[in-house]
Every structure is written in C-alpha cells, then in structure tokens.
Design a protein around this ligand. Structure first.
Ligand code: F6P
Length: 341
C-alpha cells in the first residue's frame, strides 16, 4: 500500500514520534510505502508532498513540532475541496491516509470517510479535550512546562509580595489549568467550564497575603467571570471571535490590584506550552498511537481513530471522536478547591 500522512491543526509535542512509529512499522513490518503531505489538509488539497521514508524519520523522536508542517485548512470550506483532494490522492497513488490532528482535522477525516476516502485518525491536542480518548499526547508536556513556570513564579511573587496571574492555554476546556495548577500548588484555578466570581478570587488572594505568601492564580485563556463582571472589549477577541491570548490574564491582574491594593503581574505562557521536546509520557503515547494506526490501515479498518482507554490502545469510530468536547467535570474542579486561598 502507499499511505499518505498529514498533521493538522495546532502543533503539539509528540507529532514527530507518531510519524516515526507509523513509518518504521509500516515499512519494516508491512512493507508499505509512504508519502508526506505538507501543512495539514492543505497538502492533499494542493498536492504538496514530501518524501517520507525511514531516513526521513531518523532522529525526530525528541523533536517538537512536525516535520510535515501544519495548518488549519478545511477542504470543506473551499470550493471543490473534496474533489481536489481525491484527485491529488489518486495522482500520488495514495491508497489510504493517516490524519493526525484535533477536533477540526479529525472532523474533516470523518466526513471524507463518508465520501469514500480511506482514512485512519490519530488524536492530538495539548488541551486534552478530545472525547473518546482518555489522554492525548502533548498534554503532559504542556502541563509540565506550565508547572515549571508556576514553581518559578512562586519565588518571585513571594520576594515582591505580588500576585502572579499565570494564563495557560485552553479555550474551551481547563485541563491544562487544572493539572498545572494542582501540580504547581496554585492558590486559585480558573477554568472555562465555570464562570468565576471576581470578588471571590480577590478574597482568596487577600487570604493568601495574610499568611505572608504571595498568591498564584492560574487561569485558562477561555475562563470568564460571572455575567456582568467584565465587558469584553473588541480588543479582547481576535478576528475569529476567540478570546485573545493574554486577554483574561491581563484583565484579572488589573482587577485584583484594584481590589486588594497589592501589585499584580501577568505571565502568558502561550505557545511555549506547545513547543519543544515531548515528555517521556507523550513520546510513549504518541509512539503507541502511531504503531496502532498503521495496524488499523493495514487491516483496512478505515473511518477509525486510535484512542487510549485506560492503558490500552483501542480503535473507535472517527465520528465518535469529534462528537463531544471532553471538558473538566465539576467534581474534578471542586476537588481542587480545598487548596484555594
Ligand atoms: O488547540 C490547541 C491550542 O493550543 C489552544 O489551547 C489554543 O487556544 C489554540 O490552540 C491557539 O491556537 P493558535 O496557534 O492558532 O494561536
């Protein structure tokens, strides 16, 4: 078989580990051939390819990013997009595709499956918010980066008797905020799943100052206060209507300064959480996903996605993976509240 591989959506540590595992097992165990499609769905759409053999995947296991490049191109939003993809797959002699991506990339994969394209999906996102899999690779790396930042911020916050607001990624789900906040000993954690009361956050911050320690507030980029507590100005959203990185963090620091009379600073971790080398956990998970994805292709089990259930890698229908976003259950959040203040 000749198999195309692509990576779509926001990059995340571990993508190269998947590509390496797919190619290594695909060539050595099954004797398949590979072609890399560049920049997500733009690759098959525009016929942008690169060679993908064993020499091309040598040494990439610890490297962040993706050797294939990525984009958020959606062929269903482009005129004749699907026809162009089918034509380019045929021209490159591609029998099947492995699409590594998040909700959007896998959503496209699922629709293409319904239109007769042979696709197997591999889930990725640092946000860990994909349904149908217990974990996605990239999440553990992001949490570790954020945890290390929080550890460092504790000491500088204490020296200057300041509040430090740490904004982490997570537009719709607060998994990174919750895990990094717990691991880093944050004094308040704010998630998109629950509107927060700015008065209550200020009270936690005050309480923390009373014990001589400076507070760390971890906030997910998509967290918002109770209705009426903040009017998001136009500059708080980007052209796609998403809350701008840094928007909520900056706002919080200003409000907390005003309410507590103590200096506050904001640190926006942003894309640092997505860059660089993956943790051991993410390398292993990504590698196992890759090994099982090529098995699924070899079995002709198209329209499926590999997923982690407990410690097992299983196959689930692609449609199931994109059906529902996996957000933080409230009982997980309230568990953490014992550390607030
Ligand atoms: O979905 C992953 C993610 O990192 C989100 O946490 C974040 O909101 C978004 O991507 C940022 O996307 P971009 O790289 O387009 O700014």
């Amino acid at each position: 078989m000749r198999i195309g591989v692509l990576t779509g959506g926001g990059d995340c540590p571990g993508l190269n580990a998947v590509i390496r595992a797919v190619v290594r097992k695909g060539v050595s165990t099954y004797g398949h051939e590979f072609v890399g499609f560049r920049d997500g769905w733009r690759g098959p759409l525009e016929g942008l390819t690169r060679p993908l053999g064993i020499p091309d995947v040598r040494g990439i296991l610890p490297r962040g990013g993706t050797i294939l490049g990525s984009s958020r191109t959606n062929p269903f939003k482009i005129e004749n997009g699907v026809e162009r993809i089918k034509a380019n797959l045929a021209e490159n002699g591609v029998d099947a595709l492995i699409a590594i991506g998040g909700e959007d990339t896998l959503g496209v994969a699922s629709k293409l499956t319904d239109l007769g394209v042979h696709v197997v999906g591999v889930p990725k996102t640092i946000d860990n918010d994909l349904g149908a899999t217990d974990y996605t690779f990239g999440f553990d790396t992001a949490v570790n980066i954020a945890m290390e930042a929080i550890d460092r911020l504790h000491t500088t916050a204490e020296s200057h008797h300041r509040t430090l607001v740490v904004e982490v990624m997570g537009r719709h789900a607060g998994w990174i905020a919750l895990h990094a906040g717990l691991a880093g000993g944050a004094n308040v954690i704010l998630l998109p799943e629950r509107h927060f009361d700015i008065e209550q956050v200020a009270a936690y911050v005050e309480k923390r100052f009373q014990t001589q320690y400076a507070p760390i507030v971890v906030v997910a980029e998509g967290a918002t206060p109770l209705e009426g507590q903040m009017v998001l100005q136009d500059q708080g959203r980007d052209a796609f209507g998403h809350v701008r990185l840094g928007g909520i963090g900056q706002w919080l620091a200003g409000e907390l300064e005003e309410r507590t009379g103590k200096e506050a600073r904001t640190v926006v971790l942003g894309h640092i959480q997505r860059g660089g080398t993956p943790t051991a956990f993410d390398r292993v998970l990504a590698t196992r996903f890759g090994l099982h994805a090529i098995d699924a292709v070899n079995d002709g089990d198209f329209g499926t996605m590999v997923a982690l259930h407990g410690t097992d890698i299983v196959r689930v229908p692609l449609a199931e993976a994109t059906r529902e976003l996996k957000t933080v259950p409230m009982e997980r959040y309230t568990e953490a509240e014992v550390f607030f203040g």
